[in-house]
Structure formats: structure tokens, C-alpha cells
Design a protein around this ligand. Structure first.
Ligand code: DBV
Length: 247
């Protein structure tokens, strides 16, 4: 069992319980990928597995789960809503490296207006404040990334694995529960807002695909071709999907 498997299992089970979930295709060669890292003397297998699903209001629910032994564990879990809805992204980047844990958890906003915050930030504020007490701000954070986060962004670097297994897991569950509430309540936005929503999705995707902090790591394990295709063809695939629609 890996540190983040319970997070993924919980997320899938909870989404299936509350939403009308169906499969999302994972391109061939990306469901499971095995590579090796470490030294010649002490090789370490690194297995990356992918999960994908969708629902009528959620375009893509996807996870990349990296298992490279005790010192390398990652769960990157993101939900991309359909473009007709103003729903935020659910974004979790849960990373364990030899130096410690790095946790990013947020409902990443499409817009920063007061009305948007009232709708999608305020309901989560109390939960955020509750967890922030035990999960203090993680420090150094890329400035250009700030625009993609909400005031309820949990960004923390716990030194104890137990904190990840308890408090971080509780926070993850609470954020997901609130997200599901948002999804249930969501109504399609008026047609006139769709182009702004699409623009916000593309800006977010460009940023994430371009700045993917895992690119270096994945390239080392699996090579540049596999990695670029994984990033653009699965992890952040909206542009490809839009191209298909207009082709
Ligand atoms: N991050 C991803 C994907 C990953 C992944 C798809 C498949 O977007 C893993 C794996 N994130 C990952 C790894 C590291 C980070 C770090 C392996 C460590 C990189 C390293 O130290 O070598 C949030 N993740 C980070 C960092 C940030 C984020 C700010 C620190 C690195 C940095 O300073 O750039 N990821 C970043 C972000 C979100 C996110 C903006 C939104 C929730 O998911």
C-alpha cells in the first residue's frame, strides 16, 4: 500500500456514490508505466498509474499516481468541469520526496470576482481555517501560479508522514465533499458566459502543462516522448479534445 492510494480509493468511491460517473478513456500506453531510477547497485522501480472518469457536469476526473518506493510517492488529482459550468477545478498535488512532503489542495477558481468568491470560496472558508491551523503555509510558491489559486488554498509541507495520513487526508475528504456539493448544485451558465469560461480553462491548462513540476521527474523515468504525450494527451488534454471537435 502506498501513502496516497487511500486518497485515490476514497475519491473514486465518493464520486461514484454521489455522481453519475462513467469511464474516461486513457490513451494506450498510459494506464500503467514502469521505469527504473536509483543507482545500478540499488535500482528502484517507479510505477505510474492513471485513472480517468467523467460525469455529465465534469469533463475529466483524472489522477496520476506515482509509486517509486518509500521515498517517492505522488498523487496528482484534478477535476476539470464541463465548459458549460462555472465550477472551479478540484486540484490536489500530493507529493512525497526524500526531503519530505509537499501538499497542494484547492478549488482553483475560474474567476476572481466577488460574486465568484461568494459562490465558491465562502462555503469552504470555515473548512480551510480549520485545517490551516494544523497545516501551516508551506512557504516559497511560484508567483505566477498565484492567480490560479483561491483564498482557500492549502499549501503545506508536513515533516511527519502521520500528518499526511491523518490531517491532510481529512482535509482532502472535506474539500472533495464540498466540491461534490458544488457539482450537485451547479446549473449550466448562460451561453453568453461560455467563451469566458473556455478562456479561463485554457489559461489554466496552458500554465499547468507548460510548468508541470513533474516534467523533469517523469522525463528521467520514462523519457521525453512519453512524458510530453502524457502531459498533453492525458493530464492536460483540453486543447487536443477541442481540436478533435473542430476537425
Ligand atoms: N504535479 C503535477 C503533476 C504531477 C505533479 C501532473 C504527475 O501537476 C507532481 C505528477 N509536483 C509534482 C512533483 C513536484 C511537485 C511540486 C513531483 C516536486 C517537484 C520537485 O521538487 O522536483 C503545485 N507542485 C509542486 C510545487 C508546486 C506544486 C507549487 C513546487 C514546485 C515549484 O515550486 O514549482 N501542482 C502545482 C500547482 C497545482 C498542482 C500549481 C495545483 C493544485 O497540482
Amino acid at each position: 500500500m502506498t501513502i496516497y492510494q487511500p486518497f485515490l480509493d476514497h475519491a473514486i468511491a465518493t464520486l461514484e456514490k454521489h455522481l453519475d460517473i462513467s469511464a474516461y478513456p486513457i490513451p494506450e500506453g498510459f494506464e500503467r508505466k514502469v521505469g527504473t531510477t536509483g543507482s545500478k547497485k540499488k535500482p528502484q522501480e517507479v510505477i505510474t498509474t492513471s485513472y480517468g472518469s467523467c460525469s455529465p457536469k465534469l469533463r475529466q476526473i483524472r489522477a496520476a499516481h506515482v509509486d517509486g518506493g518509500n521515498a517517492l510517492q505522488v498523487l496528482n488529482f484534478v477535476i476539470f468541469p464541463q465548459l458549460e459550468y462555472d465550477l472551479p477545478f478540484f486540484g490536489a498535488d500530493l507529493v512525497t520526496l526524500p526531503g519530505g512532503h509537499l501538499i497542494a489542495l484547492d478549488m482553483q477558481p475560474l474567476f476572481h470576482s466577488e460574486a465568484y468568491q461568494a459562490k465558491y470560496t465562502e462555503p469552504l472558508l470555515e473548512t480551510f481555517q480549520h485545517f490551516q491551523k494544523d497545516l501551516p503555509w508551506g512557504g516559497d510558491f511560484p508567483e505566477e501560479a498565484q492567480q490560479f489559486f483561491s483564498p482557500t488554498f492549502l499549501w503545506t509541507r508536513p515533516s511527519e508522514t502521520e500528518v499526511v495520513e491523518t490531517t491532510v487526508f481529512e482535509a482532502f475528504k472535506a474539500y472533495l465533499d464540498q466540491y461534490i456539493e458544488f457539482v450537485k448544485a451547479a446549473q449550466a451558465s448562460p451561453e453568453s458566459e461560455h467563451s469566458e469560461i473556455k478562456k479561463a480553462h485554457l489559461a489554466y491548462l496552458h500554465y499547468r502543462a507548460e510548468k508541470d513540476p513533474a516534467r523533469g521527474m517523469l522525463t528521467r523515468f520514462y523519457g521525453p516522448e512519453w512524458t510530453e504525450e502524457y502531459i498533453h494527451g492525458f493530464l492536460f488534454d483540453l486543447e487536443r479534445k477541442l481540436e478533435l471537435q473542430t476537425a
